[in-house]
Ligand binder design. Sequence first.
Ligand code: NAP
Length: 291
Amino acid sequence: MLTDTHTKFLKGAPLAKQIKASVSVRTERWKTCGVHPKMAVVAATDDPAVEQYQRINSQNAEKLGIDMRLINLGVECTQEELESRLEELSNDRDINGILLSLPLAPHLHTELALARIPAQKDVDGMTVTNLGHVLAGREDQAIVAATPKACLALAESTVSLMGKRVVVVGAGRTVGKVLIPLLINREATVTVCHARTEHLADIVKEHEIVFVAVGKARLIGPKHLRDGQLVIDAGINISEQGVVGDVDTNAVLDMVSKITPVPGGVGPLTSSLVFHNLMQAMVLQYGDTDD
Ligand code: NAP
């Protein structure tokens, strides 16, 4: 059967375009008030997926007129160096947003590093304070993590999540763990799968909506899915064929109702939501420009 790829792909670009347009207007408004939005992206890794994400963020920052400092401390960086650099940026009044690129090199302690970022500069919503607000059902108080927010926005652009049977494959710190309370807040019925889940394929098949955030190229294939499911693939894996997701997209295209492509799905929307979060951080730091 011939698949109509145009209607099956749930692309991030249209939503990303709307968000960037609004960020661009708000950035200009800040500049007329004498404040130039500035963000620091800190990495301590040689992970190619992190480099890819940084490249996209830099390109977007430039187009939006936002100053972005890329600070790659390298894979040899010590915990002390990382924490002291984050502390410095936290105390720098000219820096409005800090994004710590995850994962860090394996010897580094993620939670201790994140604890150095104040919640109001945490543009990727990763600090315990912002996560706590989400968990408490107070998303209005939180800067919400950009990737889970992008996954939700794409799903909600096509279906209401309320009451739906939803599975999250991958409960990692950056995506899955935040997605779970966000889905509960939307009254979805949520199942969580991870590396030790038994009978993964049988479980995933039972659900109407499938979110995947594992970090293993093409882990999810035809044997895990059934006809008519909506699939949101947050995976970014650098393979010999280029960037691929956690879902074997071509192999499942005939089965799904819709699927986010990789690249071109969750990724572009995530990056624009980081800048949307930066605008929220600016309001937390200076108050609203409309006031
Ligand atoms: P992570 O912290 O490494 O977590 C991976 C999760 O997947 C863990 O819960 C792990 O289970 C689970 N897992 C591993 N193997 C599995 C298997 N065979 N079956 C089921 N679950 C399995 O990853 P993350 O940082 O959350 O990132 C997840 C993915 O999202 C990565 O591909 C990353 O590159 C991507 N990402 C994308 C964006 C974007 O903008 N699109 C942004 C950030 C991250 P255990 O906990 O049991 O080990």
